[in-house]
Write a protein that binds this ligand. Structure first.
Ligand SMILES: C[S@@+](CC[C@H](N)C(=O)[O-])C[C@H]1O[C@@H](n2cnc3c(N)ncnc32)[C@H](O)[C@@H]1O
Length: 299
């Protein structure tokens, strides 16, 4: 959704833009090309992503600064760089295509790889601990919480019964065999949701999001713009709640009456409903098909 993100950030004031999920640097490259009056701070917790982005963005010299951190640390990253206000921010959440494509990272149900799934390879918890260590109830719970998996109990039972599971291909096969035959033919790969749920658990993706968004919104200068792309309902719920909170200041007064509670809104929503990719982009990039973009502007 590069064009839609650019459309939002085109109207941001000049200054510093935070790319909280730099990945391979595609969005940042487009931003730096479109706006010669901005610099970008690019955060990612994946060292391989940063290396790739570093090469791609080298032509922009000191207009880009890379930070190997998690976005939950964005406040201390900005403080450390002496940066007060942001003219814009972007969170393009979740997993990147290179992470999925490299079998050795263990994110993909399509190829055999280790049960890893760590975005930050310095952390100790891996998918192996979740798959081979969680009890059946806890495993089923995370499939529901992180991926709305309808067959959570069947999958959890099969996984626990067939431990130890050694790699992603074996796990994908166990999941495929665990779900009813008609369901295997519907709704994409049978292991997609389970892999998503495990990845979210390993990387603590949902826990860090709300606080990080609040901090990014607080850091925007007046007129500064924020954009978040999410890829599943659990993420989007959090983004919507935090952006609504910023736009209402937490006001719960009846909608038809003037606010009497003294709440102070920090931002306005650029569009009330989230945007989804256009047909061409969804066809071109199947991962983008589930994307939703939410945007706001600081008052
Ligand atoms: C969808 S990709 C971003 C792609 C990027 N916009 C581009 O144009 O190449 C998401 C990236 O966010 C990173 N990421 C996910 N959660 C993170 C977090 N909590 N802190 C820092 N980086 C994170 C992942 O490692 C991944 O590289």
């Amino acid at each position: 959704m590069v064009d839609q993100v650019l459309e939002v950030l085109r109207n941001a004031p000049s200054g510093i833009i935070l790319d909280a999920t730099l990945g391979g640097g595609g969005h940042t490259e487009a931003i730096l090309k479109a706006r010669d009056d901005v610099r970008v701070i690019g955060i990612d917790r994946d060292d391989q992503a940063l290396a790739a982005a570093g090469s791609r963005l080298a032509p922009f010299g000191d207009r880009i600064q890379l930070q190997h951190r998690a976005f939950v640390d964005l406040g201390s990253v900005l403080d450390g760089l002496g940066i007060d206000g942001l003219s814009g921010f972007l969170f393009d959440l979740g997993v990147s295509s290179p992470q999925l494509d490299h079998a050795d990272r263990g994110f993909s149900y399509r190829v055999a790889g280790p049960l890893d799934m760590r975005m930050d390879r310095r952390q100790t918890i891996t998918a192996d601990q979740v798959v081979n260590g969680y009890d059946e109830a806890a495993f089923a719970r995370l499939l529901v919480d992180n991926a709305d998996e309808r067959h959570a109990r069947r999958i959890a039972r099969a996984v626990v019964a067939q431990r130890p599971i050694s790699d992603t291909a074996s796990l994908a096969e166990i999941i495929r065999n665990a779900i009813p035959a008609p369901a295997r033919r519907r709704g994409g790969h049978p292991a997609k949701r389970t892999f998503q749920a495990i990845r979210i658990e390993v990387n603590g993706e949902l826990e860090q999001l709300a606080d990080s968004l609040d901090e990014a919104v607080r850091r925007l200068v007046p007129g500064g713009r924020g954009a978040v792309i999410s890829y599943h309902s659990g993420e989007d719920r959090i983004v919507k709640r935090r952006f609504d909170q910023a736009a209402t200041g937490g006001c719960a007064c009846p909608a038809r009456l003037p606010c009497a509670c003294g709440a102070v809104p920090l931002a306005v929503l650029v569009r009330r409903a989230g945007r989804v990719p256009d047909e061409a982009e969804a066809a071109d990039n199947p991962r983008a098909a589930s994307a939703r973009l939410r945007t706001l502007e600081r008052r």
